[in-house]
Design a protein around this ligand. Structure first.
Ligand SMILES: Nc1ncnc2c1ncn2[C@@H]1O[C@H](COP(=O)(O)OP(=O)(O)OP(=O)(O)O)[C@@H](O)[C@H]1O
Length: 562
């Protein structure tokens, strides 16, 4: 391969990882708690949302030549990029990236976007949505009039909003790959976890036309960075990546503020692998009335990848840790180049599970919101590049993160909803590859299955757990620090308190939490400060171990952080 020739996908990944690393420098862990969707923090559901308004928009189902909707997992189309009026420099960048033909979602959305229309696009996980919105965005920058060098507030032409820092950095890294030959176009990222003045200085030094941001930090800049609001007045393209998540109750107010800060006269793209009906009905807050809905996904089994086998296991909580261990051991034995992701319900449960698997001598890393951003970036980068590794994570890694070759995704406990289940599962089987997904539930969580009954998820027999393995897990649990168990117990309780069906009977909820406590090897449930119990709405519920006084640990207002 010539130095400038098409890149192999591993080379491309390396380049992107380098970009991500560069983009996401930051030392302080500015907890993501405040950005955890309020719906999840407070247990509110979409049903409690504002009245839904009916919306008229044309829907385009992507069809094959024989007019049947695409059912195969082939994420690539036969259409070449040069069949569209894209700038030669973009085409050169695409060639260098090693992209030969467009993916289905790119082929379906590009012609509509190039006509100037707003688009709401739904396409499976790992099928190239990022490039689908970046390419036409770059074209919009190229078509914009040049800006004079002495303009003190050079306009931001494209604003991309992503729900997490990892995703924002990843999108910016992908943009940098596409912009390889566009030396006059710049991309910047603004995310939490870094100091605001540092970002302000960086933006001043490198005025960009494309800005990728997380909602909270973007609003910080609107409020506190001089000239920033003026720069946003230049926006011609607004992108909401993981749009359904950004439009749900947790982010909605921020998104409404962001929309108010950019001109009405603009093009808007909403992309996600899941677009629930509620989101279709409220998307008018961002999109024009005559937008197109491009649906590259068949309802039901079409929403997940055929090459990813989906199984669920039902077992009492006291067996979950041993089951997880048995499951991982079997997966490792069967897959020499295994790469597994374990999703847990909260940050503190994530820490507990990571700690436990580490004590069981598995090669484990952890990512959640309580880790500093610099650590998160480093671990994410390492996991992206490595094989024979397990990542234990909270939902900060559920959406959009593009780790190649993940062979197994385990979801422990109740996913927050059907969409989250699909996005988490979507970390495997990317770009048409094979993968395996296991959902591990307790019997009282089985009701969740009704929300995914149209997906090809089947019941699995439980892997055999020998006596030695149980002993090993118990020993490992006894070595896990008590403070980690206490924090996991409290977080567990907070999470399930936000699950309406379970929280309805608070006495039962506490009984279940105490079952979880026993599964960690504790005879007595950890004590919870009385003020925290009050805030959780669990005052006087029998079974709780009440500690007098206040929980003074930093950032303790929210019981669940991701
Ligand atoms: N035309 C193409 N040909 C080959 N690979 C591509 C093409 N377009 C994008 N890719 C690659 O496909 C991978 C998945 O893309 P991306 O992360 O954008 O998926 P996604 O659809 O946004 O997934 P998710 O729903 O999980 O966010 C990336 O590694 C990206 O570089």
């Amino acid at each position: 391969m010539t130095p400038d020739g098409p890149k192999s996908s591993s080379k491309r990944r390396e380049i992107r990882a380098k970009h991500v690393k560069k983009l996401s420098s930051g030392e302080k862990d500015e907890s993501e708690n405040k950005r955890v969707p309020k719906r999840e923090r407070e247990g509110k559901s979409v049903e409690e949302d504002e009245p839904l308004i009916k919306k008229a928009a044309s829907t385009i189902a992507v069809e094959t030549a024989d007019n049947k909707p695409k059912t195969s997992d082939s994420y690539l189309s036969k259409t070449r990029f040069d069949q569209f009026p894209l700038s030669p420099l973009s085409l050169k960048g695409i060639q260098d990236a090693g992209f030969k033909t467009m993916t289905v979602v790119q082929e379906a959305t590009l012609p509509i976007i190039l006509k100037g229309k707003d688009v709401l696009a739904k396409a499976k996980t790992g099928t190239g949505k990022t490039v689908a919105f970046l390419l036409p965005s770059i074209e919009a920058v190229i078509k914009s009039p040049p800006v004079s060098r002495d303009n003190r507030h050079p306009p931001i032409i494209v604003l991309v909003v992503c729900p997490t820092r990892e995703l924002a950095c990843q999108a910016a890294a992908e943009a940098n790959i596409l912009l390889k030959y566009h030396s006059s176009i710049g991309v910047e990222v603004v995310i939490g976890g870094t100091k605001l003045p540092a970002e302000q200085r960086r933006m001043q030094k490198h005025p960009c036309q494309i800005l990728v941001a997380t909602p909270g930090r973007l609003i910080d800049h609107i409020d506190n960075t001089s000239g920033f609001a003026t720069r946003l007045k230049g926006v011609k393209v607004l992108v909401l990546d993981e749009a359904d998540h950004l439009l749900d109750m947790g982010f909605r107010r921020d998104i409404e503020r962001i929309i108010a800060a950019v001109p009405k006269q603009r093009q808007t793209f909403l992309f996600s692998a899941t677009v629930p009906d509620e989101v279709r009905q409220i998307c008018h807050v961002a999109l024009k009335q005559d937008h197109e809905f491009v649906n590259c996904v068949q309802e039901g089994s079409g929403e997940t990848h055929q090459k990813v086998t989906q199984m669920y296991m039902i077992a009492s909580l006291d067996r979950h840790f041993s089951l997880l261990y048995a499951l991982l051991k079997k997966h490792i034995a069967d897959n020499s180049d295994y790469k597994a992701i374990i999703f847990c319900t909260t940050a503190m449960v994530t820490r507990l599970v990571a700690d436990l698997l580490g004590k069981l001598s598995l090669n484990v890393r952890e990512i959640h919101s309580r880790k500093p951003q610099s650590y998160r970036t480093r671990v994410s980068d390492e996991f992206r590049k490595s094989k024979r590794i397990i990542l234990v994570t909270s939902d900060v890694s559920a959406r959009g993160v593009d780790y190649p070759d993940v062979s197994l995704v385990v979801q422990m406990g109740l996913p927050s909803d059907r969409e989250q289940y699909i996005h988490r599962l979507g970390r495997t089987g990317r770009k048409g590859k094979e993968g395996e997904g296991v959902l591990l539930l307790a019997p009282w969580e089985e009701y969740f299955l009704s929300s995914v009954k149209d997906l090809p998820i089947t019941k699995s027999t439980l892997p055999p757990i020998d006596h030695d393995a149980v002993k090993k897990v118990q020993k490992a649990l006894s070595q896990v620090e008590m403070t980690n168990k206490e924090a996991a117990y409290q977080a567990w309780l907070g999470y399930y308190k936000s699950q309406k069906k379970i929280a309805r009977d608070t006495t039962r909820l506490v009984e279940l939490a105490n079952e979880f406590s026993r599964s960690m090897g504790l005879n007595t449930p950890p004590a919870i400060p009385i003020n925290v119990i009050g805030k959780m709405g669990l005052k006087n519920v029998p079974g709780l171990n009440v500690a007098p006084g206040f929980d003074k640990r930093p950032g303790k207002k929210n019981y669940r952080s991701r």
